[in-house]
Write a protein that binds this ligand. Structure first.
Ligand SMILES: [Fe+2]
Length: 395
């Protein structure tokens, strides 16, 4: 790793125009004028992991992400290491405790590798926090400036489900590689296997889904999207209920799951047990070439859920999905799922949980007009997940 003090030119959106981003993640037109809590987009997904040094290696080699900034003992941060990785508009910050007294190690002891902070970019941190306070949110960090030679960032933080929080970031007056205290890094050029973050899914406890949907409605002005998974779909298989909230232009989408009572133990219950409470279940990464991304990631050792062969030969499914951009055999050989709605279709695939605990996993998604989340694939997906649960003896 080579650390340098200057930042290479070009922002993280330099290669992505608005129209490409809109198609990739299914954005809609939105007038921010009447929005009580405008959100410009995702800022970063901040992880706490057991070994950030090795996790950074994994996301660089297997996920094709580039190291862009670093903070750690070498830069004066005695508490922990933090690696900032980027792919297109997606930014991950991988943090791990160095000092045995680091609070990150306490968090890791409880939750294992996972996401602590879903940071959001807002145009006005103070206004957002004032609205959040007035609507009953817990303010973890009051608005404050942090500054270095590259400028000033204004930050605040709100509590979300479980031990998750949302840092609110206004970096309009900042030119550094990430945040004050981080130094820029120059990494090898890597294949860009995904370009944008599509959605971040939270698992909450039984009976808490509507409470958190209402939280995002009330505090952040997020609206409910059409997709709703009720126990009518869920009970026959791994039981869950799911609703989706989104910011005004649908760039930031939060599906929220809760377990439902089913015939067998729910995948959400397994998550809540091993994560020791609510938290982020999966991140969906938008790609323009899901076949190429899956091939590259699989070659690097990323394991995807198997899809039953019957999924592709089922005449009802074939009739439902119609014509898609790749031959069905190409999708079948990779286990890529298809879903279609009135707006178009999407291709998607899910990884196995990436850490030691059966908690966080990833989705790759390639949208072709569809604004959904693959509701039609829940049944096929649940069957595949349950086979995995069975192998772990947690079913
Ligand atoms: Fe998803």
């Amino acid at each position: 790793m080579h650390i340098e003090q200057t930042r290479s030119p070009g922002g993280r959106f330099a290669h992505l125009d608005h129209d490409q981003l809109r198609r990739l993640v299914g954005m809609v037109e939105h007038d921010p004028a009447g929005d009580p809590f405008p959100v410009t987009g995702w800022d970063a997904v901040v992880w706490v992991v057991g070994n950030a040094t090795q996790a950074a290696h994994f996301y660089r080699t297997a996920f094709g992400m580039e190291l862009v900034a670093y903070s750690g003992p070498e830069t004066g941060n005695r508490d922990h290491k933090a690696f900032v990785l980027q792919s297109g508009a997606v930014r991950f910050v991988l943090t791990g405790g160095v000092d045995p007294a680091s609070p990150l190690l306490d968090r890791h002891r409880r939750h294992g590798d996972g996401i602590a902070d879903i940071a959001l970019e807002v145009p006005d941190v103070d206004r957002a926090v004032a609205h959040a306070r007035a609507t009953g949110a817990t303010i973890l960090d009051e608005p404050h400036d942090v500054a270095d030679a590259h400028g000033t960032v204004r930050l605040a933080a709100l509590a979300a489900y479980g031990d998750t929080w949302h840092t609110l970031v206004d970096r309009s007056r900042y030119r550094g590689p990430y945040l004050p205290g981080f130094v820029a890094c120059t990494d090898a050029r890597r294949p860009r296997l995904f370009q944008a973050l599509d959605h971040v899914v939270g698992n909450v406890a039984l009976g808490q889904m509507d409470r958190w949907v209402e939280f995002y409605n009330r505090v952040m002005g997020f609206t409910n999207m059409a997709e709703f998974i009720g126990d009518d779909i869920a009970t026959e298989y791994s039981a869950l209920m799911s609703k989706v909230v989104a910011n005004g232009n649908h760039q930031v989408k939060f599906p929220l799951n809760e377990p439902a009572l089913g015939k067998k133990r729910s995948q959400i219950d397994e998550y809540l047990q091993f994560h020791d409470g609510p938290g982020v279940q999966h991140l969906a990464l938008a790609t323009g070439d899901i076949l190429g991304s899956v091939d590259a990631m699989r070659a690097a050792g990323v394991e995807f859920l198997d899809t039953p062969a019957s999924y592709y030969t089922d005449p009802a499914l074939r009739a439902r999905i119609g014509e898609v951009r790749a031959p069905i055999e190409e999708l079948a050989s990779r286990g890529i799922l298809v879903d279609r709605d009135e707006d178009g279709y999407l291709l998607q695939i899910f990884t196995r949980p990436l850490g030691d605990r059966p908690t966080v996993f990833f989705e790759l998604i390639e949208r072709h007009g569809s604004l959904g989340f693959g509701k039609g694939n829940f049944q096929a997906l649940f069957e595949a997940i349950e086979r995995e649960q069975e192998r772990r003896g947690n079913f």
